[in-house]
Each structure stands twice: as structure tokens, then as C-alpha cells.
Unconditional design. Sequence first.
Length: 501
Amino acid sequence: MAAQIVPAAPDGGWGWIALAGSVFNEILLAGYVEGMGSFYVEWQKYFNVGAPEVGWVGILVALNGPFGCLVAGGLSTRFGTRPVVIIGGAIFAALMLLTSFTTKLWHVYVMFFFQAFFIGLAYQPTVTVIGFYFQKRLAFANGVTYSGVGVGIIIIPLMVEFLSSRFTWKGALQVMSAITLLVCFNGLLFRPSDKEKYFLLQKETARKNRISNKNCFERLKHAIASIPKFLGFHLLRENPRFITVTASCCVMGYGYYGSLVFFSSKAVFEAGLSTFQGALLLSIIGLGSTISRATHGILLDWKLISPMSLYALACFISASGNFLVPFAFSMNSLLVIAITFGLSSGLIFAVSIMCVRVVLREDQVAKGFGIIMMFNGLGTLVGIFFMGFLQRTTGSYSIPFVVAGAALALSGILMASDAIYVTYCKGPSPQNGTTNANVLREAESDNDPQEGETLTTTSGNTDSVRLKSLKTGETGFKEEVRLIGLNACDGEDVETSPVPV
């Protein structure tokens, strides 16, 4: 069986430019979602409605945004990262501009519902594109990317508040729509790397081979039948480990967002703190989240801990903070919980994409991330509604936070079960994009595999092989490569074959 050689990620070069674009997109997209609350008071005054009515805007965004991520996974795998980000950013900016001309609240509902979809469409490839530029420094680059979320949470709400006070909420949306066009510019920075071109070519070749001998009716039938696979749902059927990761992220969405939404209310209405102190606690959570997102990559790149174990540990720490909330009635005690929750919750989101890279092949990561974002969004909706229901029923914030803590603990248990299974039952899996793979052979620089050379599997069932180096072309230039798609059983021979890089 011929193995195919995948071009290596450059781990630098243009990758740093792409990383900068990814960070700025995180600031603009995630920051805007978090900053929408600044419009709520303005809408209440303008449309003469209460908080529950304008609160539906946030619910619609939380509902449809994850579906944008889901579709983006299929589109970016089919057409590439750059066009999906540019189109998503352009339509998002246009919808934001149109929202500024609305005269009724239901117009705002419709506009933000569609805005959310295109936010997700631009957001998902912004995160996954980093894997095409970094390999050895992937965890570090991923952490830097996610730190943009924390920066956006701090900057964008303040910007929205300032613009609304100067130009009304409509003027603020018009200015923000112009600023949001920078998402398209940042998308231009996602120049397709050799690795991304390789995967796009593989997908296109396979697609043409499937439909070349079919008539129009058969092609239409095939297109309809392939929609679930296009979106990535087949991964849930074929990969039990991915099911575990997805379930963990879904439950985590319930515990995390509900805790974040009600933390300030707990501080003000039960602990008797001022609204300023409540807002300060949220800012501290955001600051702690930013720090952990930016720095956790060192732990993973140095292989001090696996992504699954780090994710589970962060969930357990977050859960412990939630369990302590019922006993916190002072600024100092809530401050300690806010710092703990911020540092740990920031890790959860940043590491989730790394967990996906562990259990899926590199060409499946985009779809896989879209899947977990969708289920995380569903968990978020359930969490916000159910925590609100518990608070109204019990008249206290204690039970909601305990239940949210239990959800975070369950999320950690699910991810820890995968780490334990791999460590003690199946053996460790290589990180950063390989699936259930055992290294067949580590080729040293003075002993490179040649065309047609036979490699023999040594143990287990493998999907991919990493080689330290391979001579390409007549110049003898060496670069890290990967052999994928072998699906070789123990003892099976595998032949190498040249692929242009």
C-alpha cells in the first residue's frame, strides 16, 4: 500500500503573519459577541421593552453561531480557509450595517440571528488554520490565538460603550461594521500553506473520482446523501474517542457559560457587592482566562502533560470553584474564586481544539472542531436556561452553581476517561493531528527512506506515521513529513512513494 507524504508545517515564516491575523480575528469576532450586552440598555430605551425581550438577541446568537462553525468546517475542507473567512467576514459586516437601519425589535432579532451564523463561519477557520502553519509550536500558537478572545472581551465592550455614547447605538453599529471588515483583511493573510494545498488537492481528486462516471440524477442523489459527511457527522459514527471529546465539550458548555452569566448576579444580589465590584470580578475572570490561554502552550509543546489530561484538570479546578460559590459572601472570597475560575476556564477552551487534533486526522480537524462547537453551543443554551430556572425556583444562586460545577466535573471525567484508556489500555497516541498511531520507524537524517522502500508496522493498528526527515528533490533539503492514511495492521508492509512538496 503506497503511503503519501504530507508537506510539513513551516513552524514559522509566514505562519507568524497568519498567527497575527488569527489573533486579531479572535479579538474582533469573539469580542463583538461578548460586547453585545452593551447594546441591551440602548435597545430597552429605544424600543421601550424590558430586559427579557432584548435578552433573546443573545439567545439567538448562541443558537445559530455554532451552526455557522459547523458549516464552516465542511466549506473550509472543500474550498480552503481563506475564502471562507473572507466571505463570512464580509457578509457579517454587511449585516451589522443593515442592523443599524432597523426600526423594530424583531428586525434586530432577524439580523443578529444571521449575523451569528456568519460570525461562526469566519470564526471556525480562524482557529483551525493554525494547524497548517505550526507543528512543533502548535500548542503555543494555539494559545496565542485564543488569547485574542480575552483581549476582545476587554477591548470591544469598552469600544461599543464609547461609540454608543457618542453616536447612538445605530452609529456604533455602523462604525463597528467598518472595523469588522478587518476580518476580511486578516483572512487574506491566511495564505494557503503547502500542507493545506495538499489536503485540498486530495479532497478534490477524491471528489472527482467519485462523480466522474455518474449522470446528473446520480450526482444529485450523491450530493444529498453526502451532506452529513460534508458537515462531519460521520466522525461521530466512526470514531468513539471523538464522541467522548464531543460529549465532554457539550457538558462543559452547560457548566461554563451558565457560571459566567450568573457570577456577577451572585456577587450583587446575594453577596451584597456593588455593580462595579460585580463587573470587576468578571473582568478578573477575563484577565485570568487570557493569561492561561496565552501560556498553556508551553506545557503541551514540552510534553509535560497531554491535552486530555490538561483539559480534565482544568475542568476539575473550575468545578471546585463553583462548589465554593455558595459559601462565598465577601469580595475577597469571590475574588479568589474568580481568579481560579478564570485561569482554569481559559485552559478549557484553548485545549479543546488540541484534544480534537489528538483524536482526528489533520484533514478531519476542521469538521471535527465545527461539530464540537455546535454541541458546545447546545450545551450553553441548556445551561443558561436551566440555571435561570433553578435560580427562580429556589430563590438562590447556590443550587445553580453546584449543578454547573457538577457539569464541569462530569466534563472532566469524560475527558479523563479517554486519557486513562489511552494510557493504560491502548498505549499513548501521538499528539497534534495523528489518530491511534504508533510510529513505525523514526528515520534519522543519515538514513532517509527512499522511493519504494518497504516499511513494516511494529505494533498495533495505525493511521499515520511521522518521519523525522526526508530528502526531497536534488538539493537534499530535509523537512519533517508525515505518512498518512496507511490503516496498516501489525506486520503489514507499507511502501513509500514520492509526492511533490
